[in-house]
Design a binder for this molecule. Structure first.
Ligand SMILES: [Zn+2]
Ligand SMILES: [Zn+2]
Length: 191
């Protein structure tokens, strides 16, 4: 509770994405993790995990702004451009430096997976951008690794949360893996 009020006060009641005042009513607040929670799930670095869950990484924003932010990964440049005072930026910069390796690792897995899928969602085939897609495990019983990763559009990612959808998805994603592997083999042969 007070965690959220802290976050609200840290930016003086201003949304750090658009710079406009936030609603007074807490029910209309949207909570944003500056370093995305997705990285919390993928990193094996304990300190990074703690920092991603820390209060300093928590911000109150407009729901609309949170949605439009997609899952763009933070950069030092992005920190310099947020609507917050220098003290907040300095704290975020320090936090970012400590989790940067985890962010870079996540980014690299995502870029590779993304390219393997020809920039399309592994489930529905819709064209994706790196910023409007999320990395997810193909098989939830296996570890988070590049081999067990698929890139999904926001819609499919939300649906992936429901177990009824999961089997269908997993099959498709595995199919994708097989296809891309045989493609890779075929390319090798040509060389
Ligand atoms: Zn906003
Ligand atoms: Zn999709």
């Amino acid at each position: 509770m007070s965690k959220l009020i802290d976050a609200y006060n840290r930016t003086n009641g201003i949304c750090f994405i658009c710079g406009k005042p936030l609603p007074k009513n807490e029910k209309e607040w949207s909570v944003d993790h500056f370093i995305p929670q997705a990285i919390y799930k993928w990193t094996k670095d304990k300190e990074a995990k703690e920092l991603i869950r820390s209060n300093e990484n928590l911000f109150i924003v407009h729901a609309k702004c949170n949605y439009s932010k997609d899952s763009a990964l933070p950069t030092k440049k992005a920190i310099s451009q947020i609507n917050a005072d220098n003290k907040v930026k300095k704290t975020l910069n320090e936090l970012y430096s400590k989790v940067q390796e985890s962010v870079d690792e996540y980014r690299s897995i995502k870029q590779k997976t993304f390219a393997l899928q020809d920039n399309k969602c592994a489930i529905c085939g819709k064209a994706l951008t790196l910023n409007n897609s999320t990395l997810r495990r193909i098989n939830n019983n296996k570890n988070r690794s590049a081999k067990n990763a698929m890139c999904l559009c926001m819609n499919c990612n939300t649906q992936a949360g429901s177990s009824s959808q999961k089997n269908k998805m997993t099959v498709k994603a595995q199919d994708r893996n097989v296809k891309s592997k045989s493609k890779a083999l075929a390319t090798k042969k040509h060389k």
